[in-house]
Design a protein around this ligand. Structure first.
Ligand code: HEM
Length: 392
């Protein structure tokens, strides 16, 4: 089969400003498309994304989580020992993380999260005019997430800088990324220092990971790397997803009125936002061998970009996909990925999202956007830099 080619650039400002129109164009072209600007394949239908992500024996994570191909080039940092490995290595580290992130941990965290969220929302309400990003979607995770892991208070903004580095590295090395890295090169050292056993507060999730090392399930070095993974993947993702959920609610007063009338819809609203407009729009795989998918031959060690954001809008899977509907039966959305690498922190993200959105619904009568929300330039993660709002 001759390959279907597109000149769309998923890292360009135009694509990033409105990926959904581009996704529609890609879906119309066919299930597997060659993106000639970057020499990579992409898939963008719900069913094809699921196929690729579920077949780890062919579509590997060891080639790197982003566009860089670790089979042919040197990684920018030591690869993640959970996201960027295949079984059997993955099975071992993943099972440690699964055990640490048990339902009991989330039951214990909930009440504290609720208290923090209620306080932050009431402060924002008292201000009235706020930046929805700084005052809510960034502030809340940046407090509760490092508290839960056991990271000290001082310098926590470095977590956002590090997240921007990690997700920025998922895209091609462009001018934005080069200047960002030049300015923030020393942040990696700050992060690594906070991942050491003696820097993590007792009783936190960081120490629980080191306890797995004490039981001999992983080495101390691996425990440090898993804490690093937490700090890489757990902050910006949630910040951005909560911000996009608030944006969707502010843009749809009818949906916000439903939530206000029944704040228990908060969990479903956050889940629907993860389908409708998520922080994690795309993830990569690298082929381990020659293969064929949906009739398209793909060579060995080629990169395949899987557009989760497009899978969430695929009309073959979702009724009325471009409508944000917080009452939708949302089971099966793949915004957290799917298969063995599906987000290990998704219960964490859901808890944070639900608790903050619910606190907003309980206290705020109406959300009003007072300016146009501004998107960030980071090529690896969709999220907002600013969202001027008035809380009524
Ligand atoms: C709304 C917030 C979040 C979104 C949208 C999200 C999205 C994702 C996606 C799409 C993947 C799959 C990557 C792949 O298959 O290549 C993933 C994996 C992962 N996520 Fe999340 N994530 C979120 C929050 C979190 C949080 C809070 C944590 C930490 C507690 C976390 C830790 C991880 C880790 C460690 C992996 C790798 C899992 C593995 O390879 O087995 N994520 N996430």
């Amino acid at each position: 089969m001759t390959r279907v080619t597109s000149s769309l650039d998923p890292f360009s400002p135009e694509f990033r400003a409105d990926p959904y129109a581009a996704y529609e164009e890609l879906r119309a072209l066919g299930p597997v498309v060659w993106l000639e600007q970057h020499d990579i394949w992409c898939v963008h239908h719900y069913a094809t994304c699921q196929k690729v992500l579920s077949d780890y024996a062919v579509f590997s994570n060891a080639g790197g989580g982003g566009i860089g191909n670790y089979f042919v080039e040197k990684p920018w940092r030591k690869p993640s020992i959970i996201l960027e490995v295949d079984p059997p290595e993955h099975t071992r580290t993943r099972s440690v993380m699964n055990r640490v992130l048990s339902p009991r941990v989330f039951r214990e965290l909930r009440a504290g999260f609720e208290e923090v969220a209620a306080g932050m929302v009431s402060e924002a309400l008292a201000k009235g005019e706020i930046d929805g990003v700084w005052d809510l979607s960034r502030r809340f995770p940046l407090k509760v997430f490092p508290d839960s892991v056991g990271v000290e208070d001082e310098g926590r903004d470095n977590l956002l800088i590090y997240g921007a580095m990690v997700f920025g590295a998922f895209g091609p090395v462009g001018d934005w990324y080069k200047s960002f890295m030049a300015e923030h090169a020393d942040v990696s050292d700050w992060i690594i220092a906070r991942c050491q056993r003696d820097r993590l507060a007792p009783g936190g999730i960081g120490q629980m990971i080191y306890e797995a090392a004490d039981r001999g399930e992983i080495t101390d070095e691996e425990a440090m790397m898993l804490v690093r993974t937490f700090l890489s993947a757990g902050v910006d993702t949630t910040v951005d997803s909560i911000g996009l959920c608030l944006k969707a609610l502010a843009e749809r007063p009818d949906q916000y009125a439903l939530l206000r009338a029944d704040p228990s819809l908060a969990r479903n609203a956050f889940e629907e936002a993860t389908r409708y407009d998520s922080s994690s729009q795309s993830i990569f795989r690298t082929t381990l061998c020659e293969t064929e998918i949906e009739g398209q031959k793909i060579g060995k060690h080629e990169k395949v970009m899987s557009f989760l954001g497009s899978a969430g809008r695929d009309p073959e899977r979702w009724e009325d996909p471009d409508t944000f509907d917080i009452t939708r039966k949302i089971k099966g959305q793949i915004g957290y990925g799917v298969g063995i690498h599906g987000c290990v922190g998704q219960m964490f993200a859901r808890l944070e999202g639900e608790v903050l959105i619910r606190a907003v619904a309980e206290q705020v009568e109406r959300l009003e956007l007072t300016g146009t929300p501004e998107f960030r330039l980071n090529p690896g993660l969709r999220g907002l830099d600013k969202m001027p709002m008035r809380l009524h």
